[in-house]
Design a protein around this ligand. Structure first.
Ligand code: SF4
Length: 344
């Protein structure tokens, strides 16, 4: 059985080699909450500038809790997956109302947008509580170290990894332990080609010792990427383009975006053609955009209309590139250059 001391080399490596990331300079649970929510499904390099600008704008939990939601969305614009922004503010409001930041996993799990991984990350990083934060990277690293490879093990993996890992978290070092596992998964214990020869855990890692790094973690653990086809519309009114804000958008909740639908969506296209009658429909082209585990393939159509908007959640806006801050998907749709091929 793996001994507690077997993770010492990982902690030493982390303390010497860890990347200098801005959220690692703070023990303030609010800033750690912001970083953890931003890092959900998003790369570190992408998050860093948003983390700085968001905290410049909302430097405290109270500032975030009291801000208009519009301002929060504006500060989030470009980071994607906007439900996180709404949940982050709702979490800040719940904590403000409660009067103190919860430090127990069971209480953290009550906060909007905080699931098992984020609760464990917060409890360990901000409060030094022994907890195993299992995102995709940590699952891969710990499955390899403990040699979990069978399908039967995979179904129990989270519970099993908690049971195997918790006794090895040194008292007072839970924060470093969580971040060390994350760091190892991001830099050395990579999905396809782990750098085992440079790894501080190579002599303890069962997958490495048994030559099983390609078989572990077992297939069903990683969430497969999903290909999704969408149809997006560019409806022009002179130099203005139609934007709309949708309450229940799966990717861009409450953001002003060009109309889009899951394909096939001929009937929705026809509805918009009736509402905004005008010139003939043109195929612009296809763009690709990744959102969390989905690869979106977006066919763009456009036309010009003379009709005004009648609904409060729709508006025509002047479009000059760089002038309006829009979610990246909407900007990509608007900026896509027309191609010559009509797929019909
Ligand atoms: S030895 Fe290799 S497989 Fe094991 S934890 Fe290190 S990088 Fe990952």
């Amino acid at each position: 059985m793996t001994e507690r001391s077997q993770f010492t080399s990982l902690l030493e490596w982390y303390r010497q080699e860890a990347r200098d990331l801005p959220w690692r300079h703070s023990r303030d649970p609010y800033t750690i909450l912001v970083s953890e929510i931003m890092l959900q499904q998003t790369r570190v390099e992408t998050v860093i500038p948003f983390y700085h600008s968001f905290l410049d704008r909302f430097p405290s939990l109270t500032a975030l809790a009291r801000a208009p939601l519009e301002d929060v969305y504006e500060a989030w614009a470009g980071l994607g997956y906007y439900r996180r922004a709404k949940n982050l503010q709702r979490a800040a409001q719940a904590i403000a109302q409660r009067g103190s930041f919860p430090n127990q996993i069971s209480d953290l799990l009550q906060l909007p947008g905080v699931g098992e991984y984020t609760a464990a990350a917060l409890a360990s990083i901000a409060f030094q509580q022994p907890a195993v934060a299992l995102d995709g990277n940590a699952l891969r690293v710990l499955c390899r170290i403990f040699g979990l490879r069978s399908a039967a093990q995979a179904t129990l993996t989270r519970r099993q990894l908690n049971r195997l890992t918790l006794p090895h978290i040194p008292v007072g070092s839970a924060s470093d332990f969580t971040q060390a596992v994350m760091e190892l998964g991001a830099r050395l214990c990579l999905p396809r080609q782990p750098h085992c020869l440079a790894c501080p855990m190579q002599s303890q890692c069962l997958a490495h010792r048994q030559g099983l790094t390609q078989q572990i973690p077992p297939p069903g653990l990683a969430r497969p990427r999903q290909r999704v086809e969408l149809l997006a519309l560019r409806i022009w009114h002179g130099h203005q383009i139609l934007l709309e804000r949708r309450e229940e958008d799966p990717f861009l909740t409450q953001q002003w975006v060009t109309p889009w639908f899951f394909a096939p969506a001929q009937h929705r296209l026809q509805q918009y053609q009736r509402s905004f009658a005008g010139h003939s429909l043109q195929y612009v082209g296809r763009i690709r955009h990744a959102v969390t585990f989905r690869d979106l393939e977006v066919d763009i159509w456009e036309w010009h209309t003379d009709q005004p908007c009648h609904l409060s959640h729709q508006k025509f806006v002047e479009w000059l590139p760089g002038q309006t801050r829009l979610p990246r998907l909407a900007s990509k749709v608007i900026n896509a250059a027309p191609c010559q091929t009509n797929p019909r």
